[in-house]
Design a binder for this molecule. Structure first.
Ligand code: SF4
Ligand code: SF4
Length: 402
């Protein structure tokens, strides 16, 4: 949870001058120009203005020049600069989204793919542009009971926020089915919002479409208030990020967990149910939002090690030093833009590390990453087959016929 000071610093509809008058703004001004942020940034070499230079321009009163650059469109909100900054400056939470917003206002140039994703989210409540009436269709093929609150609105322990990719896309639906199986196997009292759910809006916010983000936040908060539940669990790291970092500014104060650490809390009950041996060598990709931003590194590894037969190996960059898949901050909808600029796809950079471990499986805890890494596997040469699976899918597979 953010402190009051931090919350004040990232409140919406503010501008840089307002920010600089806050305690967080004073921290921005304390930058020692060490360049750690630029050095750790996966796309730093492609930016005219990486974070260090932005602060330098801010001090010189020349931020307008930064706003006219497309540098911040290349920021995938990976939190690496923020985590490494020795002055604790909240670059990815505060300064960089504001610069993004100003860049879009000044240049009026939003890449078409991203624009389409954001327009779809506003119109349909999901970036894919699917009908909101079909959001819960996947439930019919789940093969396990799933309660939808609109149909059965009594109190429930866990409100499971499914999110867009895991509702509509075939790869993501595998994640949802696995999660439902695990919840039922553990006897968890859970329910979903079904067609009432809309995108949490994290990527809209991190590309600083603040109007879109506020629309989605207001909507989802109203739906949450309709029902009685004890906690929210989501498998989508971006929804988790939005609820954890931004929604509290709009009154969100529900206990919140991501599915991976949530299930790790049930490890003692889960272990005896993992009866099917999976003879896989697995390497785990720490997502930016769950790992670097929220500090959850051990839980996924504990779950994977609990699966009989699984051998866990690490990539060169892991935990806080994990490499971003390139999908955050709107990056999901910027691959064409990045390609036009001659930039390496970060998912390809990462998959090469995964391949180098010799693993059979790349395990993830973010539904976006499945498609990103599966696409990267098609374009990066590899001799040994590799599959990409969410941790929950591997756990559900190990349940066998339970
Ligand atoms: S890492 Fe922090 S202190 Fe160093 S240049 Fe970047 S913002 Fe400034
Ligand atoms: S959040 Fe990541 S991509 Fe964005 S500037 Fe910082 S290090 Fe670079």
């Amino acid at each position: 949870m953010l402190s009051t000071e931090e919350a004040a610093a990232i409140r919406f509809n503010t501008n840089l001058d307002d920010i600089l008058d806050t305690p967080e703004g004073k921290r921005i001004k304390s930058c020692i120009q060490c360049g750690m942020c630029a050095g750790t940034c996966p796309y730093g070499e492609y930016m005219d203005y990486p974070p260090r230079k932005i602060i330098n321009m801010l001090r010189r009163g020349r931020l307008e020049e930064v706003f006219l650059s497309e540098s911040m469109l290349k920021c995938v909100s990976c939190y690496s600069c923020m985590t490494k900054c020795p002055r604790g400056i909240r670059l990815s939470d505060i300064l960089l989204p504001l610069v993004k917003e100003q860049t879009l206002i000044h240049t009026q140039q939003m890449p078409a793919e991203l624009q389409k994703g954001l327009q779809n989210t506003l119109r349909y409540g999901n970036p894919m542009g699917e009908s909101s009436r079909k959001r819960a269709n996947w439930v019919k093929t789940a093969g396990t009971p799933i309660r939808i609150l609109a149909e059965n609105p009594g109190p429930v322990d866990v409100l499971w926020f499914v999110e867009c990719y895991t509702s509509y896309c075939a790869g993501g639906q595998e994640n949802s089915r696995a999660t439902a199986r695990l919840f039922n196997a553990l006897g968890i009292d859970f329910a979903i919002l079904g067609n009432e759910e809309k995108c949490a809006g994290d990527c809209g916010q991190l590309t600083w479409e603040s109007g879109l983000f506020e629309t989605l936040t207001d909507y989802n908060m109203e739906i949450f208030r309709k029902y009685r539940f004890n906690r929210i669990v989501t498998g989508d790291t971006h929804a988790f990020n939005a609820f954890r970092i931004r929604y509290p500014l709009f009154g969100f104060d529900y206990p919140l967990e991501h599915t991976t650490p949530f299930l790790a809390g049930y490890l003692d009950q889960l272990k005896p149910k993992l009866k099917k041996k999976l003879d896989y060598t697995v390497t785990y990709h720490d997502s930016c939002c769950l790992g670097r931003r929220a500090g959850s590194f051990d839980e996924a590894r504990l779950l994977l090690k609990a699966i009989p037969g699984v051998k866990l190996v690490e990539m060169v960059h892991n935990r806080i030093n994990s490499l971003c898949c390139g999908g955050g901050g709107g990056g999901m909808w910027l691959d064409t833009f990045f390609k036009e600029k001659g930039m390496e796809r970060l998912s390809e950079r990462r998959i090469k590390e995964a391949i180098a471990t010799g693993a059979d499986v790349l395990a993830v805890s973010c539904p976006y990453e499945i498609s990103r890494f599966e696409d990267a596997l098609k374009t990066v040469g590899h001799d040994k087959p590799m599959i990409v699976r969410d941790v929950v899918e591997l756990l559900a597979e190990s349940l066998g016929d339970e």
